[in-house]
Design a binder for this molecule. Sequence first.
Ligand code: HEC
Ligand code: HEC
Ligand code: HEC
Ligand code: HEC
Ligand code: HEC
Length: 189
Amino acid sequence: MRASVLLIAAVVAVTSAGLVARTLARVGVHQGYAPEQPIAFSHKLHAGDSKVPCLYCHSSARTSRHAGIPSVNVCMNCHSMLTKQTVDIERLKEAVQRRQPIVWTKVHNLPDFVYFNHSQHVGANVACQSCHGPVETMARVRQEAPLTMGWCLDCHRTRGAELQRSRMAWAHADPNAPLPVTDCGKCHY
Ligand code: HEC
Ligand code: HEC
Ligand code: HEC
Ligand code: HEC
Ligand code: HEC
């Protein structure tokens, strides 16, 4: 009797330690996160079916750190002419009339101690989809990549040759400098 109680206690202890370890290892990883938005904006409809280019709405991705979320004025470039009415389009027009920005819920969040810059990647012809997945098929955006350090480094390693070439092209760059792969200071400072 006492032996079986002990055995059960041991099994419970081992299982929960395993669960805790597994949960801790995933703390901060939000792969698959797809929050509901204040307006049901569909990338499938806009970027997929209607083929609006990503950079039409996220133009700062080419030149700056952040890709940015378009203001309602960009939406109204089309919706002031389109006649279709839905509850969500009504919400958009209400926000415009009240001059209120739409408060979108951010999907991707890197910790503050990491430096990530869109222009360094978009300028090097890394496709949006290699980091964000097939956004043009998503009715609601979800985080496709784990956004972990290992994920960043995996790509930097596989595209190392490409990295080295683009560095050599910079007049001031030292071709023998370590690749960003090993250079902690490129992502943490
Ligand atoms: C018509 C404008 C428009 C186009 C075109 C568009 N987007 Fe967006 N995008 C938005 C808006 C508005 C949001 C914020 C609401 C949301 O998350 O759905 C957003 C959000 C996102 C997010 C999530 C940002 C976060 O919060 O972390 C990603 C990633 C994204 N877009 C990528 C893309 C990609 C890739 C394309 C091209 C395949 C694209 N977008 C085309 C308007 C657009
Ligand atoms: C090399 C990977 C990578 C590429 C390529 C990339 N993104 Fe991102 N994107 C990220 C990461 C990482 C974040 C989260 C950044 C943060 O939290 O500071 C992000 C965040 C975003 C956001 C949220 C708002 C912002 O600016 O932080 C939008 C919108 C977005 N990306 C759109 C795009 C679009 C559109 C493209 C292509 C033109 C693109 N991204 C290319 C990795 C990438
Ligand atoms: C390049 C033109 C264009 C831009 C820019 C644009 N839309 Fe649209 N949107 C459309 C088209 C086309 C439809 C399909 C409905 C129609 O034919 O009138 C649509 C439909 C919608 C719908 C209704 C979806 C449904 O369920 O039928 C919503 C909501 C919407 N858009 C929100 C937005 C928001 C928010 C923005 C700005 C971030 C935006 N749109 C920017 C062209 C655009
Ligand atoms: C290509 C970009 C990149 C490089 C290079 C890089 N890191 Fe990171 N690092 C990240 C990202 C993204 C995160 C946050 C996500 C995560 O914790 O996996 C992170 C997280 C960390 C953390 C926190 C881990 C945790 O569990 O919270 C430490 C410590 C760290 N990095 C140290 C280093 C050191 C030391 C180096 C050099 C050997 C390095 N990093 C190089 C991108 C990078
Ligand atoms: C899909 C591939 C891919 C992923 C994923 C990726 N990168 Fe990069 N990254 C590149 C390429 C390619 C370059 C080279 C750009 C150049 O030098 O022209 C680059 C360059 C950089 C640079 C500039 C390096 C330098 O020498 O100036 C930094 C910083 C950087 N990445 C950070 C990150 C961080 C942080 C993450 C993860 C959150 C990440 N990258 C994820 C492909 C990627």
